[in-house]
Design a protein around this ligand. Structure first.
Ligand SMILES: *[C@@H]1O[C@H](CO)[C@@H](O)[C@H](O)[C@H]1NC(C)=O
Ligand SMILES: *[C@@H]1O[C@H](CO)[C@@H](O)[C@H](O)[C@H]1NC(C)=O
Ligand SMILES: *[C@@H]1O[C@H](CO)[C@@H](O)[C@H](O)[C@H]1NC(C)=O
Ligand SMILES: *[C@@H]1O[C@H](CO)[C@@H](O)[C@H](O)[C@H]1NC(C)=O
Ligand SMILES: *[C@@H]1O[C@H](CO)[C@@H](O)[C@H](O)[C@H]1NC(C)=O
Length: 307
């Protein structure tokens, strides 16, 4: 089968990107647009609550479509669900109506195949389960279908993947950071360009994420090599870590530090980074998987809990 007849229509509810695990506010969105088949934004009025007969509120939902290989009128439609990124997709069959209008179709049923990774992977699996009559299949990549309230195993896996030497250095760094935070927090936060993270829990979560993210996405060497070298050379581990955080973590993963600030997350004013707030709303109301410290042998600070 030629690719052209296989790949008939793509609907991007969002940029597709596969996460190995719920990345929690660390959103890899640097330069994704150039990998897209299209950047042309399309919008439709989405029902807010499909299950309420009384609530008829709508919101404008963004999506993207790629029609080059679409076999009109009844060819398959591949729906890629976003999920943790700026445009959060909620798949339903509304799109079929707009397509019908666009292609002057009546009574045409297209087979829908749903894709997603990480949280969106879980969504695509659940969507297939719940609506088998609306879908012909789904691909659930790294799908986090099992929601865990206190996901202490995350930190354990980070330690295992880092290896004993790096893990020990990271643990020592965490202790040094905790001590400095208690004695001279202002200076410490400044070292990490995180002056606004005035709540210790927010700051420590930022510190933990910075290490975990490198490990999770396959950049352990970039984190571990300089840290282990700094330890061997008797250098200041906090300074070495600050260098990694500022020069790699923040830059490479396009991290906006204010996304860790609980006051920013409470602010309902919409700006370019408001997806931090919507993602955390989703995590706190439905997804959980809080990456808290295990009781023993953790890398992250034990002050990172769900309280
Ligand atoms: C993004 O792409 C542009 C142009 O291709 C490049 O100049 C820039 O360095 C890239 N940014 C990142 C963070 O990779
Ligand atoms: C979507 O809703 C807005 C506001 O209610 C309305 O003005 C607009 O015509 C609607 N668009 C479509 C395509 O129905
Ligand atoms: C659909 O019908 C309208 C009105 O007859 C026509 O202008 C338009 O070109 C048609 N679209 C397609 C994709 O055939
Ligand atoms: C929320 O953010 C807006 C825009 O940045 C700002 O003007 C406003 O003061 C903030 N509100 C609070 C309560 O911090
Ligand atoms: C603590 O962690 C170490 C290393 O992972 C393990 O060998 C030990 O059994 C753990 N102790 C407890 C009480 O869980």
């Amino acid at each position: 089968m030629k690719p052209a007849s296989l790949l008939l229509l793509f609907l991007f509810v969002c940029f597709s990107y596969v996460f190995a695990f719920i990345p929690h506010r660390t959103l890899l969105r640097n330069n994704l647009s150039k990998d897209c088949l299209t950047n042309k934004e399309l919008w439709f009025n989405q029902t807010l609550d499909h299950y309420s007969p009384y609530d008829h509120r709508e919101f404008r939902q963004r999506y993207y479509e790629f029609l080059d290989y679409f076999r009109s009128p009844d060819g398959p439609i591949f729906l890629v669900i976003g999920g943790e990124e700026p445009c959060i997709g909620i798949p339903n069959d509304y799109n079929a109506d707009s397509l019908n209008a666009k292609w002057n179709r009546t009574g045409v049923e297209n087979p829908w195949f749903v894709f997603g990774g990480s949280y969106a992977g879980a969504l695509s699996a659940w969507f297939r389960l719940k609506f088998p009559h609306l879908t012909c299949g789904s691909l659930a990549s790294s799908a986090v279908v099992h929601a865990i309230q206190d996901n202490t195993k995350f930190d354990q896996q980070v330690g295992e993947s880092a290896g004993p030497e790096c893990k020990a250095v990271l643990q020592e760094t965490t202790q040094l950071i905790e001590t400095k935070l208690a004695t001279n927090g202002k200076a410490l936060r400044a070292t990490f360009n995180a002056d606004d993270l005035v709540f210790d829990g927010d700051f420590l979560d930022y510190m933990a994420d910075a290490a975990a993210t490198a490990i999770q996405y396959g950049y352990a060497d970039i984190l571990c090599n300089p840290m282990v070298e700094a330890k061997k050379a008797g250098m200041d581990l906090v300074d070495a870590y600050a260098k990694y955080v500022k020069e790699f973590y923040v830059v490479f993963f396009s991290v906006n530090v204010k996304g860790y600030d609980r006051e920013y997350l409470k602010n309902t004013t919409i700006d370019d980074d408001s997806y931090y707030r919507s993602w955390w709303f989703q995590v706190c109301t439905e997804v959980a998987n809080f990456q808290v410290a295990p009781s023993n042998d953790s890398i992250r600070s034990s002050k990172i809990d769900t309280k």
